[in-house]
Structures are given as C-alpha cells and as structure tokens.
Design a protein around this ligand. Structure first.
Ligand SMILES: NC(=O)c1ccc[n+]([C@@H]2O[C@H](COP(=O)([O-])OP(=O)(O)OC[C@H]3O[C@@H](n4cnc5c(N)ncnc54)[C@H](OP(=O)(O)O)[C@@H]3O)[C@@H](O)[C@H]2O)c1
Length: 252
C-alpha cells in the first residue's frame, strides 16, 4: 500500500516513526514538502519516504491520504484539491467535522482518527470514528485502537487529549519543587519520570480495579496520600479540572 501525509508536522512525524517500528507493510510513504525541515529529516531517515512536489501529486500517488494539517490550513486548502471518489481519507484534523470534510473533498470514504505523539513508540489509545475495519487493522499495529460509532461522542475524546501538556506540567511542577528543595535537576526529573511512568503502568496491570478503587488503594488512612488528595479536593483542584475540560469541549 502507498500512503500519503498532507502536512508534515509533529503528528505526521510520530505516525511515520511508529509505522517503521511496526509490522505494517507499506510500499511507499509520500509526504508534503511542508514543513521543509521535518520532511527532509524523514526522507533522509527512511528510504521508503519521499517528498512529493506538491499536495496534489501526493494525493494522486497514494492509496490512502492522511490529513495532518491544522484546521485553519485544512479549511483553506482541502476544497481546491482533487481526491478520488473512493480513495480512503484519514483525517487527524481536530476541529473539522465529517460533514465539512466530505463537502471539501467530495469523498465519502473518510475516517477521523486521534493519534497522539506516543504513537511514535506504538503506545497509547487511538480513537477511530466512525468504525472502519481496515483503518482499525492499520492502527491496531500502532497502539490501542478504540472505535467510536458516533462523531458526537468522539468529541469527548478530542477534549481529553488536551491533557497532555497539563500532565507534563504536573511532572514539571513536581520536579521544580524537588529542585527548590535542593535536589539536582537531573535527579529530580529522572525521579519524576519514573514515578509517573510506574503509576500509569501499574494502572494498566491492575485494570481489574476501577480507577476509583485504585485511588482508594493508594491511600493509607491518615497517610500522606490521603492528606494530599484531601487538600487538593478542598482547594477545588479537581472541580477546576472538570471545568477546564468543559471549556475545551466547546471548541469541538
Ligand atoms: N500534535 C498532536 O498531538 C495531534 C494529535 C491529534 C491530532 N492532531 C491534529 O493534527 C493536525 C496537525 O497537527 P501537528 O501538531 O502535526 O501540527 P504542525 O506540527 O503544525 O503540522 C502542520 C503541518 O502542516 C504544514 N502545512 C502548512 N500549510 C500547508 C499546506 N498548505 N500544505 C501542506 N502542508 C502545510 C505545516 O508546514 P509549515 O511548518 O511549513 O507551515 C506543518 O508541517 C492538526 O489538525 C491537529 O489538530 C495533532
């Protein structure tokens, strides 16, 4: 299969890195010349990756086309490109819905997918909407794919994907605190990365327990975890988190 990526930015890089770590059988990957630096880097690193002359050439030569431009660019360029009627289109674009995508591309064979940067190490959830067997088979090789029937429901997952930066900031804040207490930066960051990794991995190993049970299990009555959770709740930390999710949701 030949595939093409319209827009060679962060998410395209991650998906391509993941593809070459996976068992997917890809004959050729066409990428658009923009971003120049990233496309050059990818074509140098992987023999099967070539930079197309322009967006239309990439579409013409690919069986599947992945849309990986920002919504603003998508609104501007998609309607002037010619997609074949039955060509598979997979859109990563966050805020252009199926109806608009169909209108712009004059194609009905469109699936929206939410990959995240860790797809580059074949990790993490990948939301697929609407359901599509072939698209699922493809992304099963790149992480944990989850099919969603309804586009309205998929908006909730787009919303929660906004918690990457807040999660890393929580890690940064933890290591900054350690540094202020006199721990050297490298040790503080190593500790924090290992700590959050172990927590996440453990939650997968213990997937028979609900997250509520895990929260409860990780506290000793009167202990320091119970104290931290109680104080954060009292200061409305988690209510604020819900409010922020509601506010991000409004963008979809
Ligand atoms: N990053 C994520 O974690 C993530 C996750 C899920 C979905 N998405 C979605 O994926 C899309 C891309 O995100 P991103 O983070 O990869 O953004 P990005 O790094 O800014 O990549 C966008 C790419 O589009 C290129 N571009 C701009 N105008 C173009 C044109 N006319 N023709 C072809 N390419 C053009 C840009 O090139 P220049 O640099 O030359 O302008 C850039 O390389 C967005 O819609 C985003 O919502 C991202």
């Amino acid at each position: 299969m030949k595939i093409g990526f319209l827009g060679t930015g962060h998410i395209t890089s991650s998906v391509i890195e993941g593809i070459f770590k996976s068992k997917l059988k890809i004959k050729r990957i066409y990428i658009s010349p923009r971003n120049r630096l990233i496309s050059k880097k990818l074509s140098r690193k992987f023999k099967k990756v070539s930079i197309s002359k322009n967006n239309q050439q990439l579409i013409d030569e690919s069986n599947w086309v992945f849309l990986a431009v920002t919504p603003k660019v998508g609104h501007k360029i998609l309607k002037d490109l010619n997609f074949r009627e039955k060509q598979k289109i997979v859109s990563f674009i966050s805020t252009i819905n199926l109806e608009k995508l169909k209108k712009y591309t004059k194609n009905k064979n469109i699936t929206r997918v939410i990959p995240m940067p860790f797809i580059g190490i074949k990790k993490g959830p990948i939301i697929i909407c609407p359901m599509d067997k072939k698209v699922k088979k493809f992304f099963d090789k790149l992480g944990k794919s989850i099919q969603i029937k309804n586009e309205k429901i998929s908006k909730n997952f787009w919303t929660t994907s906004s918690f990457m930066a807040p999660f890393y900031h929580m890690m940064l804040n933890t290591s900054d605190w350690l540094v202020r207490r006199g721990v050297n930066r490298k040790a503080a960051e190593d500790y924090t990365r290992e700590f959050f990794l172990a927590l996440s991995q453990d939650s997968i190993f213990k997937n028979k327990l609900s997250l509520k049970q895990l929260t409860s299990e990780s506290q000793t009555p009167g202990g320091i975890n119970a104290q931290a959770l109680r104080e954060l709740k009292k200061k409305k930390f988690y209510k604020i988190q819900q409010k922020v999710l509601n506010s991000v949701f409004k963008r979809f």
